[in-house]
Ligand binder design. Sequence first.
Ligand SMILES: *[C@@H]1O[C@H](CO)[C@@H](O)[C@H](O)[C@H]1NC(C)=O
Ligand SMILES: *[C@@H]1O[C@H](CO)[C@@H](O)[C@H](O)[C@H]1NC(C)=O
Ligand SMILES: *[C@@H]1O[C@H](CO)[C@@H](O)[C@H](O)[C@H]1NC(C)=O
Ligand SMILES: *[C@@H]1O[C@H](CO)[C@@H](O)[C@H](O)[C@H]1NC(C)=O
Ligand SMILES: *[C@@H]1O[C@H](CO)[C@@H](O)[C@H](O)[C@H]1NC(C)=O
Length: 472
Amino acid sequence: MYNMLPVCFHLLLYLLVEISLYEALLQSPKMLFSASYATYLTGEMVSLECYVSADFTIHGYKFFKNNQEVQRTEAPSVNKYKIRMVKTSDAGSYTCLYWISDSRGRQESEVSFPVFFSVIDQPSTPSLIVKPLQSLYFEGETVTLECKHPNINSQITYQFYKDASKLHRYHDTSMPEYHISNLSTKDSATYDCEYVVLGHQRIIPSGKSMQQTITVTALSSSPLLKFLPSYSTFINGENLTMECEAPSPVHVTLYRFYKEGEELKGPLSHKGIYTLQNVTKNNQAEYTCMYWSPKINREIPSAQSPAKEIYVIDPLRAPLLLVDPPSGRIWTGGNFTLYCTAPEVYDRTIFHFLSNTNEMISVPTNKNQKTAEVTVNMKKFNSTSSIKFYCQYTAEIKGRSLLSPKGPQIEINVVERGSLLWLIAIGVGAGIAVLLVIIGLIYWVLSGKKDSKTDKEEPKPVNDGGCKVTSL
Ligand SMILES: *[C@@H]1O[C@H](CO)[C@@H](O)[C@H](O)[C@H]1NC(C)=O
Ligand SMILES: *[C@@H]1O[C@H](CO)[C@@H](O)[C@H](O)[C@H]1NC(C)=O
Ligand SMILES: *[C@@H]1O[C@H](CO)[C@@H](O)[C@H](O)[C@H]1NC(C)=O
Ligand SMILES: *[C@@H]1O[C@H](CO)[C@@H](O)[C@H](O)[C@H]1NC(C)=O
Ligand SMILES: *[C@@H]1O[C@H](CO)[C@@H](O)[C@H](O)[C@H]1NC(C)=O
């Protein structure tokens, strides 16, 4: 008996250790989802795992939904509860426990903490709406793609695809619209869209919409705007016809003319002819034209013609002509200089000096030069008396050469050296006559003063003589 005591003690100790070991090991398991999220789409598979970190043999598991047992597995390795095609009604609170069997019978662990999952419907496939819808688009047009679907109370982002590759969007991806402004032929492609539901610890894509094809056609090649007459500088009051010329093989249904981008309407403008009558400064502007040609149920516009500018000027004014010496009187064989001055500066001015003997000298000048001069030697001209000169100019204004009216005439008088002596003689004679008159006047004034003092009437005849001299 005495010897039995330590044996009993040891047995007791062993049992105590065993019991406390079981109690420690049969702590509650953990319920886990095989996936890392807790929101499932209808029809997906849900896998729940009853997880125990233990190195002893577990003999079975029990699974509960809302505290109702839904599965009992005997096989020790099967610790999973699977719902193959999940339905909305499967959503709820799930728990599990495990058990072990030993000499003392079946020992059940505590129940795990519950886990929950929700089931949502697969997001409906969107439709891609193209606004405006055309069988054919042309360059420069704007098109909007809208990814349309029934309203969903979740955060959504949209993705658009062009020929199955993602389109980058720099603006807000929560907007269901994608704009393509200024279409180019490179935008011709097949487009579709998709939206993604966010906020469930997972990404739920809607699946792609039906495809929409966008075909962009290049604009017809630009026409040529022509002026008749072909220059671009016009004088106030002149007429001008514009012609829009399409590249030859194109069938054109409409032409249009534009002045600084604003359409011009004329009786024949739709036929490609626009006439400006009696042009004024108001017509000075940049002009372009376009044409339309039919293509697959649409009228395709052409690119704009290169712009052409119209300059409207007042008629040229006559130049000013000056001569050196200013008297216009020169000796035989002498030189004189003519100065012709245009009233304005032009791109290029050619001055023409003309004489009544049809002699002509043209002087081209550089840019910004208003005046030209020529020195002429009188020997050139056979005339011995007088020659009339005048000048005019040709101004080049934006490619058009215009001839000005003639300026006032200047007369050059040739004075022969021989006749100069006579001139001197006449000059001297005239000088002496003037001198005599002055002396006579002084005498008359002085004698008049004397008369008023003495009241004598005698000197009167002398006075008359004085008057006679004056009248001479
Ligand atoms: C449209 O695109 C064309 C060619 O890509 C370009 O030359 C033109 O400047 C663009 N127009 C606008 C308004 O962006
Ligand atoms: C411009 O055209 C009108 C009408 O055809 C005509 O009467 C006028 O003489 C023309 N003016 C000039 C400067 O040619
Ligand atoms: C041309 O325009 C001017 C100024 O506007 C006007 O005085 C003149 O009568 C016009 N001539 C014709 C033919 O229309
Ligand atoms: C006239 O001009 C020429 C050169 O242009 C010159 O040789 C000549 O001496 C000038 N004659 C007079 C009188 O000034
Ligand atoms: C001036 O007279 C000469 C001789 O008579 C002649 O050869 C020359 O052509 C004449 N010049 C002019 C500008 O008339």
